[in-house]
Design a protein around this ligand. Structure first.
Ligand code: FPP
Length: 270
């Protein structure tokens, strides 16, 4: 690890990967200075959870939590851009979320449209490319329309790739991929099933697998998110509710990620 100039010395720490720099009272600037820019995760995926509880704690309607969650989206995007992380994927609406009351679903869809409208100039300014994974064709027509416009207008941007998982479910994604592969196998006599072929037929084709998967609000679940792609992702769970998530939390997650040893089933270096 390359330590930033004047950065705190952790060399005598226990080496526990859960040891938190926040507990050691680091400022956001100090945390930033401690991050080794040559060993950044290529892809960070986030399960944004806790909007409802955030609102409930304040005796506000749930949608106020989702609205506050939109601010946290901005924080995460800015922090990734600041670090130079190439891919950020946010779980914004799952295939299971349709089970929520219709008013909440409608308000979430309205919030998504509002986000696209408000954030587009900033996304363009920051050279961010927007992508969507999930069964987009099942979203309301107005949302599909706005998404298509946003995807098209950021298509040539070369900075951070921001992917929104919308009407997304990992099992649905795998089922869609297997259906495509079955069709392919019937047409091609040389067809050979492989892990690579499965990856290439997922919604995330062309993206690296996430190295770091963040979940807020303390729940220890994957909730049907990127089940195939997250096979070797480092999991980082924080009790912070999503609307309270800031740049500093993201820097903290990256900092902790860099202190872990990734062994991929092997024996590692030590
Ligand atoms: C989970 O919290 C959050 C969601 C289902 C929706 C996420 C939406 C946003 C962050 C707002 C807008 C996002 C974009 C990309 C514009 P929850 O409601 O399950 O919280 P709870 O578990 O505390 O009830």
């Amino acid at each position: 690890m390359i330590w930033g100039e004047g950065s705190p010395d952790f060399s005598s720490s226990s080496g526990s990967d859960t040891k938190s720099a926040v507990n050691q009272g680091l400022t956001e600037e100090q945390l930033l200075a401690c991050i080794d820019r040559s060993r950044l995760p290529h892809h960070i995926a986030v399960i944004m959870d806790g909007n409802g509880r955030w609102a409930q704690k304040r005796k506000l309607p749930r949608i106020a939590g989702h609205r506050a969650g939109m601010r946290a989206v901005r924080q995460a995007v800015e922090a990734c851009r600041q670090l130079g992380i190439p891919y950020l994927t946010l779980y914004a609406f799952s295939v299971e979320n349709w089970k929520r009351p219709q008013t909440e679903v409608d308000l979430l869809m309205a919030l998504l449209r509002e986000y696209l409208k408000k954030e587009m100039p900033e996304l363009q300014r920051q050279n961010i490319r927007l992508l969507v994974i999930g069964r987009m064709q099942e979203l309301p027509k107005s949302v599909q329309h706005d998404l298509r416009e946003a995807l098209e207008s950021t298509r040539r941007n070369t900075g951070l790739q921001l992917t929104l998982a919308l009407n997304y479910g990992a099992r649905a994604e795998l089922a869609d991929a297997f259906r495509k592969l079955m069709r392919l196998s019937k047409r091609d006599r040389k067809f050979r099933m492989s892990e690579e072929l499965i990856s290439q037929n997922l919604y995330t084709r062309g993206m690296p697998d996430p190295d770091l998967l963040i979940r807020t609000s303390g729940e220890m679940r994957l909730s049907n998110f990127l089940l195939w792609q997250a096979a070797y992702a480092e999991l980082w769970v924080t009790d912070t509710l999503w609307p309270d998530f800031t740049h500093k939390d993201l820097y903290q997650a990256v900092f902790d990620f860099q202190r872990r040893e990734r062994r991929y089933g092997g024996l590692g270096l030590s």
